[in-house]
Design a protein around this ligand. Structure first.
Ligand code: HEC
Length: 434
């Protein structure tokens, strides 16, 4: 009899203890999480509509925070946690979300200010350090309402020699942060036919071929809310040739108030030519023909490398019918490695997934698969009765994977891919469906 009482008593004690555990407090438990996972966007001048820096700013949002966190709507992060590892993963761990939810359920108490972490010193302006060169476009007047086509503008660099870019950042003008959905900065060679006749500083919405990113010579950087600039690891840099132009493609989403935008780009140069060059490799499939109503249309694209490569980042890109995306590598020994799985793609968040430095041997095939939902069940679908083809408007589609890879600087990049056409039309080995 006595023996059975002891464990029962211990168990009872444990229950009592956990029920009496004090609720998490803002300063001690929640503020450090918000510093790590929320404040990059939730502070003045950034993309989120309100700040989460202080208790007084945060408290009125407690209920909304509980909901956004428990539904995994915030922080925005769409990669399946079981596939791949990303250095910029901003999702909450289970422990973190439990703490935030318990804090709200416990009445969102302030706690003791002495237990608060030191406030973070957020950078003002550029996140890549002091730039060696900056470029700004002329003012663009964003109206209060309406739907705008993508805007393109050309900015000559005037560089008289090749430059190695160690870090690059592009940012909307400060007044326009809330209406800039994304900025993409690409560069063109001085002798390229693409956008040749576009006068510097003039905005066009759809020049001939303007929509085809593939016609530019390379992607420099992009801006989406909450993403800092790109800093390549030491010994790796991106080539920007003499005389290149920078072209910005900007997507504005008017928000009820007319504002002027002056988006800008900053560059930091490498001190010496790097051992490895960073390339922006676009793996895409342009042969898109999504039947009306099709709930699960699939497209594949792949490339096979002629040299060892290091994969640094992956950014899947689709439009309003985008549903899911998966990336894997098949090595020369036929083993496969899953790299990224986005089970519920969200067009509003163009996320770059930073893979660290994944080494692949020569002969590795990088494979992407995309699924599209053109049915009425897709709440973003502007027209389920339409057949959807390739195009740069969000009502058209794209199947694109932007990547950053590093290869030895002396390797001839024209020989990078085993077959040039590879990236457009080769069905790949089946990638596990979402
Ligand atoms: C990458 C930028 C980014 C990060 C990181 C981020 N947010 Fe947000 N958040 C936004 C933007 C932009 C909005 C407004 C648009 C929207 O709701 O999608 C928003 C909206 C919200 C809302 C309003 C919810 C709603 O349904 O409209 C809450 C609450 C919120 N965020 C809480 C958080 C919390 C808590 C964190 C960290 C745990 C966080 N966010 C991290 C960008 C971010």
């Amino acid at each position: 009899m006595r023996l059975t009482h002891i464990p029962l008593f211990t168990l009872f004690g444990a229950v009592l203890f956990s029920a009496a555990a004090p609720s998490p407090t803002f300063h001690r438990d929640v503020e450090p999480i918000f510093q790590r996972k929320c404040q990059s966007c939730h502070r003045p001048g950034e993309a989120a509509p309100f700040a989460l820096l202080t208790y007084d700013e945060t408290k009125p949002w407690a209920k909304a925070i509980r909901q956004a966190v428990s539904q995994r709507k915030m922080p925005p992060w769409h990669a399946d946690p079981h596939v791949g590892k990303f250095s910029n993963d901003r999702s909450l761990t289970d422990e973190e979300s439990k703490t935030v939810i318990a804090w709200v359920d416990g009445g969102a108490p302030r706690g003791d200010a002495k237990q608060a972490p030191k406030a973070l010193a957020w950078p003002q302006g550029w996140t890549i350090g002091k730039p060696d060169a900056t470029f700004e476009m002329p003012d663009f007047e964003v109206p209060a309402t309406g739907i705008l086509d993508y805007q393109w503008v050309k900015i000559p660099t005037g560089f008289t020699e090749d430059k190695w870019v160690q870090a690059v950042e592009c940012r909307p003008g400060d007044a326009a942060r809330q209406v800039v959905h994304h900025v993409v900065a690409v560069w063109r060679r001085p002798d390229s036919p693409w956008m040749k006749d576009l006068a510097p500083g003039t905005f066009v919405s759809k020049g001939p071929g303007a929509g085809e990113l593939g016609m530019s010579d390379g992607l420099l950087a992009d801006y989406v809310p909450g993403m800092p600039g790109l800093i390549f690891p030491a010994g790796k840099a991106m080539l920007l040739p003499a005389g290149a132009d920078i072209l910005l493609q900007i997507h504005y989403t008017p928000a009820g108030k007319a504002v002027k935008d002056r988006s800008k780009v900053a560059l930091v140069f490498a001190k010496e030519p790097p051992a490895e060059s960073v390339l922006n490799l676009v793996v895409a499939n342009g042969r898109i023909r999504i039947p009306p109503g099709d709930p699960n249309y699939r497209l594949d694209a792949s490339v096979t490398f002629n040299t060892p490569v290091k994969l640094l980042a992956i950014n899947p890109h689709m439009h309003l019918r985008g549903k899911a995306f998966a990336v894997q590598a098949t090595l020369p020994d036929k083993t496969t490695q899953r790299l990224l799985h986005v089970p519920k793609y969200d067009f509003n968040w163009q996320t770059t997934y930073e893979t660290g430095e994944l080494h692949f041997p020569e002969g590795t095939r990088l494979e992407a698969s995309a699924w599209f939902d053109n049915s009425p069940n897709n709440p973003w679908n502007p027209d389920p009765k339409a057949e959807v083809t390739f195009g740069d408007q969000t009502t058209d589609e794209m199947m694109v994977m932007f990547t950053h890879i590093a290869i030895p600087r002396t390797f001839d990049r024209r020989k990078l891919l085993r077959r040039a056409a590879d990236s457009y039309d080769r069905p790949t080995a089946p990638v596990p469906a979402p």
